[in-house]
Design a protein around this ligand. Structure first.
Ligand SMILES: NC(=O)c1ccc[n+]([C@@H]2O[C@H](COP(=O)([O-])OP(=O)(O)OC[C@H]3O[C@@H](n4cnc5c(N)ncnc54)[C@H](OP(=O)(O)O)[C@@H]3O)[C@@H](O)[C@H]2O)c1
Length: 270
């Protein structure tokens, strides 16, 4: 525990912390003794979680109610983090549009880039620079199984998740040489409010639990550039990305996504 705090503390910033996987990250990091700066849009949800964590774990918890897609993200976070030593960044928030690419507006597709690509880039640069100068720290970028090949009906989201994966891999090597551990967590379907809100049809694909995903992601820090939680998804990743021709993997993703979301014209989801 203390080793973890010494390496990644005293503060962690969790971006997208008020629900789902972000909340699970916040809970596990507080349990490991890290103080927290929690970022999400809903101030009430953040405050409620912060109060609970302060009581349970006697850690300091600050909150920042902000949209991670805002153009002045760097300045807003810099102000909120002033005076704090942030040794761990978890970029968890994401935005997605599901359904035929051309049925969604360009503004919606650009929002995917702002929240899923620009946000993690800005925060990895801002906080990663300070970590590299200190010679210690960690960055976890949440990505998805969807980011390993083209994703029909999720084309922009899948591409944004590929950005997270490849960014994390590059930084794993580069920042790793300066004492900063970087990992991309390639999650499969996980039981979160965001997943439920996407209204998937019932399917036989097993759902991961947020705690399971968080444990695997944190345990992989400093060990590997990316990690896939859950045996079913590790096997799927092996088949899809190592055994099958890429065009076949894309077709399979397209069939699976259409089956999951058939009968609807798409709405925001994780
Ligand atoms: N759940 C899955 O099945 C699944 C599968 C693969 C990968 N993932 C990845 O795992 C991550 C988390 O997914 P999740 O299902 O836990 O999501 P979620 O339940 O929708 O929660 C997302 C969190 O991010 C915050 N958030 C969303 N947009 C934001 C914005 N623009 N600015 C600030 N905060 C924002 C939300 O809080 P507010 O509403 O208060 O802002 C919430 O705290 C994502 O990166 C997703 O791509 C999830």
């Amino acid at each position: 525990m203390n080793g973890f705090r010494a390496r990644y503390g005293p503060y962690a910033l969790v971006a997208g912390a008020s629900a789902g996987l972000g909340e699970a990250f916040a809970r596990r990091l507080a349990e490991r003794g890290l103080n927290l700066l929690l970022v999400a849009r809903r101030p009430d949800a953040l405050e409620q979680l912060a109060a609970d964590l302060r009581t349970r774990h006697a850690v300091e918890v600050r909150t920042l109610a902000a949209d991670l897609g805002r153009p002045d993200l760097r300045e807003v976070v810099e102000r909120a983090a002033d005076g704090l030593t942030i040794g761990l960044l978890v970029y968890n928030a994401a935005y997605s549009v599901i359904g035929p690419f051309v049925d969604h507006s360009l503004d919606e597709q650009l929002r995917v880039l702002e929240v899923n690509c620009r946000g993690p880039l800005v925060l990895s640069h801002l906080l990663g620079k300070a970590m590299a100068e200190r010679g210690r720290g960690g960055i976890v970028l949440m990505t998805s199984m969807a980011g390993s090949q083209g994703g029909p009906w999720l084309a922009t989201y899948a591409a944004s998740k590929a950005f997270n994966l490849v960014l994390a891999e590059g930084l794993w090597d580069e920042l790793g040489e300066r004492g900063v551990d970087v990992v991309a967590c390639r999650a499969g379907a996980t039981r979160t409010p965001g997943y439920a809100a996407s209204r998937p049809r019932p399917s036989r694909v097993p759902l991961l639990e947020p705690d399971q995903v968080v444990r695997v992601a944190l345990d992989a820090l400093g060990r590997k550039p990316s990690v896939v939680p859950g045996g079913f998804y590790r096997f799927s990743a092996f088949v899809m990305n190592r055994l099958l021709p890429r065009r076949v993997a894309v077709r399979i993703m397209g069939r699976a996504t259409r089956r999951l979301y058939a009968g609807r014209d798409g709405s925001p989801a994780s």
